[in-house]
Design a protein around this ligand. Structure first.
Ligand SMILES: [Fe+2]
Ligand SMILES: [Fe+2]
Length: 212
């Protein structure tokens, strides 16, 4: 990466303690390290790396806010969610995080691709870009997550990637898709078992990515 891009990432990283406590920063840096692994495995360009690393660093920037603060930010940024989505409060930080991060760091740092990745990192969405998918996967497979499902999917992603020729972009893209599908499948099953609501965007992501 060029010096300028590296400095941009370092500046975002240095600002994190203003918005996240030590435990969340640990998770955020775990997501960043997983994104570095993905960027290397997928041979990303400097520009793609910068977008992915920035999104990783900023993805949970509003996560520590209360439900009331989340709803106030939704109002501030004109985020209108259907009633059933408003009740899935744990997902609101993806919608508030993107405009909040842009307000602080500007739209050069939080460009359209970073904005998109932050705003679907919890639920996914139909028509996710590769950067969206990479952040979505890394949030689940980062090394600090010790749940069995997270470790299994991490093992799958890393293990299968090792079997693919780095120049075979189509195979890498299929692996990224199947990783995202596994994460959504696990999450939906878990939510059903717990009798919890499923965000409609997650179902849209599922329907857009599975065949038939
Ligand atoms: Fe999050
Ligand atoms: Fe996260």
């Amino acid at each position: 990466m060029t010096g300028e891009l590296e400095m941009r990432i370092e500046a975002v990283k240095a600002a994190l303690p203003k918005y996240e406590d030590a435990k969340r920063i640990e998770h955020t840096l775990g997501v960043l390290s997983e994104c570095v692994w993905i960027a290397d495995a997928f041979s990303l360009s400097d520009e793609d790396r910068t977008a992915l690393y920035t999104a990783a660093l900023l993805h949970d920037i509003t996560k520590s806010k209360t439900d009331e603060e989340q709803l106030a930010l939704c109002e501030k940024y004109g985020i209108c969610l259907p009633a059933d989505r408003q009740s899935v409060l744990s997902t609101l930080h993806q919608y508030t995080g993107a405009p909040f991060a842009r307000e602080i760091f500007g739209d050069k740092v939080v460009c359209g691709r970073v904005y998109s990745a932050i705003s679907c990192h919890t639920t996914g969405k139909a028509g996710m870009s590769p950067i969206d998918k990479m952040l979505f996967a890394a949030d689940f497979t980062e090394p600090g997550r010790k749940y069995r499902s997270c470790m299994q999917i991490r093992e799958y992603l890393h293990g299968e990637c090792g079997k693919i020729n780095k120049n075979d972009k189509a195979a890498l893209s299929r692996l990224l898709d199947s990783t995202v599908i596994k994460i959504i499948g696990f999450t939906v099953t878990y939510l059903i078992e717990k009798g919890k609501k499923i965000d409609g965007e997650m179902l849209s992501a599922w329907n857009a990515m599975v065949a038939g």
